[in-house]
Design a protein around this ligand. Structure first.
Ligand code: MN
Length: 254
């Protein structure tokens, strides 16, 4: 099985290397990843400038391709140019930091998986809770186990998934929680500072999300220490209101 592996932390990130080693047990891995960190770029693409790509080596081993672009660019280029055959699976990660709740919509890691889904390829984003001493190898083995189970159970249709691993879950095996994405807005605050010339500037503080709520979501399950898996879709249409809105018989006026 051909696997396209990317991320948003950049091709030299330890999470990508760990996942590459683990996925080698599942298939032939092609690495196409951003040349520099692209966290938080969401689903941006490059079209006003050329996409410069460099082949990356580790000793004499060809490691992959480093793209001066976004995670979504990497998936497009990976599928069109660098995978010798069409991949059967796109994997994005392991991101250093969870991608849960509304952060899913800012995430470059998840955007890469969504891009894979645009091509009709089963895709999965993998994120590990941020830690200075993050155990990416352990998380990668865990992710591989979950991916194998998902592929065995999901049926033939392509599907899109978001997998998150909190640090406590690395300690011992526990059930994986299948949960929806939490959708409450949470307060990113800005610290106001002054530069040496007295001009004000702002820096987002990255506050932790609210992980308590009535309904179980990725945020609440992660807070309780569970690995979470969320099936995603990129169709943003409110299908439930389409029929009602068609009856409005809207016109452009006269
Ligand atoms: Mn990242």
């Amino acid at each position: 099985m051909r696997i396209l592996l990317t991320n948003d932390d950049g091709i030299y990130a330890p999470g990508l290397a760990a996942l590459e080693r683990a996925l080698a047990k599942l298939g032939d891995v092609t690495v196409v990843a951003p040349a520099t960190e692209q966290s938080g770029v969401g689903h941006s693409i490059t079209f006003l400038s050329p996409l410069v790509v460099k082949e990356v080596f580790e000793g004499t081993r060809q490691r992959g391709w480093a793209v001066e672009g976004s995670p979504a660019d990497c998936v497009k280029l990976g599928i069109f140019e660098f995978c010798p055959t069409r991949p059967a699976l796109v994997v994005s990660g392991i991101n250093g930091g969870l991608n849960a709740g509304i952060n899913v919509l800012y995430s470059g890691t998840v955007a890469a998986a969504i891009e894979g889904a645009f091509f009709g390829i089963t895709s999965i984003a993998v994120s590990l809770e941020f830690d200075e001493q993050a155990q990416f190898d352990k998380a990668a083995r865990m992710a591989l186990g979950v991916i194998e189970q998902v592929l065995a159970r999901k049926g033939p249709a392509p599907q899109l998934f978001n997998l998150n691993i909190p640090t406590p879950a690395l300690a011992r095996p526990r059930p994986v929680k299948v949960v929806p994405m939490g959708v409450e807005r949470y307060g990113e605050h800005f610290e106001k500072r002054s530069d040496p010339r007295g001009r004000n500037y702002y820096w987002a503080t990255g506050d932790p999300p609210p992980r308590r709520g009535a309904q179980e979501t990725d945020l609440t399950a992660l807070e309780a220490g569970f690995v979470t898996l969320t099936p995603l879709d990129f169709d943003l249409t409110r299908h439930d209101v389409l029929d009602t809105m068609r009856q409005w018989s809207l016109t452009t006026g006269d």
